[in-house]
Design a protein around this ligand. Structure first.
Ligand SMILES: Cc1cc2nc3c(=O)[nH]c(=O)nc-3n(C[C@H](O)[C@H](O)[C@H](O)COP(=O)(O)OP(=O)(O)OC[C@H]3O[C@@H](n4cnc5c(N)ncnc54)[C@H](O)[C@@H]3O)c2cc1C
Length: 438
């Protein structure tokens, strides 16, 4: 029996979920609501690792991903004068295996766009549907098979009973669905509606780390290697130019300061920029360039970094997906991968338990858990090692990194790190009938 589904959030796993639902049963009707006026293209390089790679292959999207991959030579630490300490390459295995630089690094905006476009294609003909305007998506339109996006809208209330979920939206419309999927990011309103405002918010466990992401014009010294600089005081700066037209900048600060939290967490872009500018004022290397660039950037994005630990990722006919359910934090490099794995598992269980949404969601809740636990493992010393407090500590780290690079033992270290998921295969769902081969 085809399903009428609402997905909240058109980030990464929202469109991926829509695509999988459409491929597994072209009669499914999927509506995605996104609170922004369109697909958000900000964000910098994100990684496809472990299960993320075979899932994109099964979806037949690996060729498009390869076209968009950022070709970064590797990673190095730099000091205040730009001197290098330890230079590391990519893993070179073509499997998404671990290194500082993943093999499938792609700009977040490119991945969001390609998943969005793929979700709109008719599975039989491959031709994209014409997208109706928001006004054209009335209740009757939502009863039809296919995928449609309603931008600039957010759900206000959810009320579920045995047979469906009633949803009211910010534009005053009301609809009923067989299933609602919250793919609305780490601050997920769906999670808060499901578990209660306070309990839902408390599930985001802070790591006392804040990151700003933006791009600035490239200069020749930015080079092909990602460069990482630690000025001390719990701060870190990374830049990545590779083969991109602009240089990506990451400003990181690890602190338990209430003032910093209040200046970044769910604040306006202007307030966040002022807060980061204050924290990084006067740092050496290219501090001034980065602050000036941040003030001019048009793609600035910043957030508090944490991990979502929800006791359950589904309740009745409402499921949570991706960062909303189990945000792994960007410092694990696993956020995108586990969100795709989550979509795969949820779509798989829905296909397996056709007609019984509640049983499918119970199975999703149980079967996705081992992957969440694996993805949320932090590498030893992280985030402290990325944001050291003293110059003395930074010097020791530089020395150790130079030795590791010199003796080429980085591959051994990465094989031992928790991101090596070689032992855990992705779950198989032949019922999904999704087996692209690119
Ligand atoms: C703008 C942006 C930039 C990012 N940049 C990076 C980065 O550089 N590096 C990195 O590692 N990770 C980044 N992330 C996080 C990364 O995308 C996720 O960790 C991962 O890909 C899983 O994606 P997701 O779809 O679960 O969540 P997200 O990618 O966060 O997508 C959630 C979507 O839900 C929408 N949304 C939120 N609330 C509502 C609501 N109430 N109603 C409707 N829609 C809602 C958001 O606007 C967003 O489009 C970024 C996220 C965002 C939103």
């Amino acid at each position: 029996m085809p399903l009428k589904v609402l997905i909240v959030g058109a980030g990464i796993c929202g469109p991926a979920m829509a695509l999988m639902l459409r491929r597994s049963d072209p009669e499914n009707s999927v509506t995605i609501v996104e609170r922004y006026p369109g697909i958000r293209h900000n964000g910098l390089q994100i990684d496809l690792r472990a299960w993320g790679v075979p899932i994109m292959k099964r979806l037949g999207l690996m060729d498009v991903v390869r076209e968009k991959v950022v070709h970064e030579a590797g990673f190095t630490f730099v000091d205040a004068k730009g001197g290098r300490h330890g230079v590391f390459g990519t893993s070179g295995t073509n499997t998404g295996a671990q290194s500082f630089t993943s093999e499938f690094e792609i700009m977040r905006g490119d991945l969001a766009q390609l998943l969005y476009e793929a979700s709109l294609k008719d599975p039989k003909t491959g031709i994209p549907d014409a997208q109706p305007t928001a006004e054209q998506i009335d209740a009757a339109a939502e009863d039809k098979p296919g995928v449609r996006y309603r931008f600039g809208i957010t759900p206000k209330t959810l009320a579920q009973d045995d047979d469906g979920v009633d949803v009211t939206f910010s534009d005053g419309t009301e609809r009923r669905y067989d299933l609602v999927i919250g793919a609305d990011g780490q601050w997920s309103r769906t999670r808060r509606m499901l578990f209660g405002e306070e309990a839902g918010l408390a599930m985001l466990k802070p790591l006392n780390l804040y990151i700003a992401y933006y791009t600035i014009p490239t200069i020749p010294s930015d080079g092909q290697y990602a460069q990482f600089y630690m000025p001390g005081g719990g701060r870190g700066i990374a830049i990545r130019a590779a083969d991109r037209p602009e240089t990506q900048v990451y400003l990181m600060v690890r602190t338990d300061s209430e003032e910093v939290r209040r200046g970044i967490e769910r604040q306006s872009v202007e307030t966040q920029i002022d807060t980061f500018a204050k924290i990084f004022q006067g740092v050496e290397w290219q501090g001034e360039r980065f602050i000036e660039g941040m003030r001019k950037a048009t793609d600035f994005y910043a957030d508090a970094i944490g991990q979502v630990k929800a006791p359950h990722v589904a309740k009745g006919r409402v499921a949570l997906l991706g960062d909303a359910a189990y945000c792994a934090a960007p410092i694990t490099g696993m956020g995108t991968t586990v969100s795709l794995l989550g979509a795969w598992t949820l779509a798989g269980e829905l296909a397996r338990h056709k007609g019984d949404v509640k049983i499918a969601l119970e199975a999703y809740d149980v079967n996705v858990r081992p992957y969440i636990d694996e993805a949320q493992k932090l590498a030893p010393g992280v985030p402290w090692l990325m944001t050291l407090d003293t110059q003395w500590g930074v010097k020791v780290l530089h020395f150790v990194m130079s030795m590791i690079a010199f003796f080429k033992i980085d591959k051994l270290i990465f094989a031992l790190m928790p991101e090596d998921k070689a032992g855990m295969a992705m779950p198989e769902y032949p019922e999904l009938k999704i087996d692209g081969t690119s």
